[in-house]
Design a protein around this ligand. Structure first.
Ligand SMILES: *Cc1c(COP(=O)(O)O)cnc(C)c1O
Length: 397
């Protein structure tokens, strides 16, 4: 189904098109200079020494847990209110996810509930900056540090955001960004690990490249003379690795997007302010609450219904918006209630009541650069009609 106003769309200009075409004509389509440049741009942006480009945000999270040696018998603490990848990566390495309920304002893991979930088996915390909100990351970092547990910042939704002057991606042992087309910047598919830890970065580089020795950068089939001396190690595999490399085409796209990041973030802030201005006084809605509004990095624009509504009403409103060609989604269904988590770990409704309460009432509205005043008016008026219908149906009961 094609929406008249889509839920999201990437911001691609002629600069991006040219960058990809140039990369395509360079005859070097993987493991080239563009990957290294893209890594540098993202690492610099969040004050980290290393960037390790990978094929997706999910791959980045998986590599980090593998590089930290986390496996069966280990526990990793995370949030139930997120995109599923932030918990699935724990299952990939055979460890056990331990969920901590969220703060109802920020929608991020509640730091006040975190300590109670730490056990002698806890090896890491994966804290997610949900919808780009960096709230509590500093407190969570303090707790992780005090307990000598690795903090992995899932910053996949927060590129360009900050908290107390520190950029998203700078908290904890390492962080991961994602570049799927609905994120602030895109490489089609792609991700980036950032860290200050030399050894961890080296391990991630090896693991993304089939476990090859860390110094091996190129396939000897390439004719560049500079690489001939390393040719012998291309088929040496020191550890079980993966192919999680990012192509030069994707890296070229990423570089062009990074060069426009500030303009992109500004455009997103403008759309968010227009929404906030238009929806501010609506009694039946709770508007998003970002930690530092003026400098926030907006991933999506998610409003919530008040307690007067439940999931039945919310789902009907989503359906109504879609019927009127307005893209919308229920970001996010709780991870612990997904069928295979329920089956494997015995989770049930009521286990994480705040996350569940929020999750039943969210409405993600269309959000992309170039969404104008007219578009927002159309969305607002349609949403108003859907809310009024629910009021009438309630009276009818
Ligand atoms: C987008 C996202 C990821 C990574 O997704 P990919 O599609 O694998 O790049 C991970 N965690 C969160 C919270 C995300 O939103």
């Amino acid at each position: 189904m094609k929406s008249l106003i889509p839920l999201g769309k990437p911001d691609i200009t002629e600069a991006e098109v040219q960058a990809v075409v140039t990369a395509l004509r360079s005859d070097l389509l993987s493991i080239g200079p563009r990957q290294a440049r893209f890594e540098e741009l993202v690492a610099d942006r969040c004050d980290r020494r290393h960037g390790v480009a990978v094929s997706s945000g999910t791959a980045g999270l998986h590599l980090l847990l593998a590089a930290l040696g986390i496996g069966p018998g280990d526990e990793v603490i995370t949030t139930p209110f997120s995109f599923i990848a932030s918990a699935n990566c724990i299952l990939y390495v055979g460890a056990t996810p331990v969920f901590v309920d969220i703060d109802p304002r920020s929608l991020n893991m509640d730091p006040h509930r975190l300590e109670a979930a730490i056990t002698p088996r806890t090896r890491a915390i994966i804290a997610v900056e949900v919808f780009g909100n960096c709230a509590h990351m500093d407190e969570i970092e303090r707790i992780a540090h005090a307990h000598e547990i690795s903090l992995i910042e899932d910053a996949c939704e927060a590129l360009g955001g900050s908290l107390g002057g520190r950029p998203a991606g700078s908290f904890g042992r390492a962080a991961v960004f994602g570049f799927y087309p609905n994120k602030q910047i895109t490489t089609g598919e792609g991700g980036m690990i950032v860290t200050d830890d030399d050894r961890l970065a080296g391990l991630c580089r090896s693991l993304r490249n089939q476990g090859r020795p860390i110094a091996t950068t190129r396939d000897p089939a390439d004719t560049e003379p500079a690489n001939n001396n390393r040719a012998g190690s291309w088929l040496a595999h020191e550890r079980l690795g993966y192919n999680y490399r990012l192509t030069e085409l994707a890296s070229a796209l990423g570089i062009a997007q990074m060069e426009r990041l500030d303009a992109i973030l500004e455009a997103r802030r403008n759309v968010a302010s227009m929404y906030i201005k238009r929806l501010m006084d609506w009694e039946d809605l709770i508007l998003p609450n970002m930690a530092e509004m003026e400098s926030a990095s907006w991933f999506v624009f998610v409003v919530r219904l008040t307690d007067l509504y439940g999931s039945t009403e919310r789902d009907r409103i989503l359906q109504g918006l879609r019927r009127h060609d307005i893209g919308t989604s229920n970001y996010f269904p709780c991870i612990h209630l997904q069928p295979f988590y329920r089956q494997k770990f015995g989770h049930k409704p009521g286990d994480y009541p705040i996350a569940e309460h929020v999750s039943q009432r969210t409405i993600a509205l269309p959000f992309f650069n170039g969404l104008d005043e007219m578009g927002i008016e159309l969305i607002a008026q349609t949403l108003r009609v859907m809310l009024q219908r629910e009021q009438l149906l309630k009276r009818d009961r």
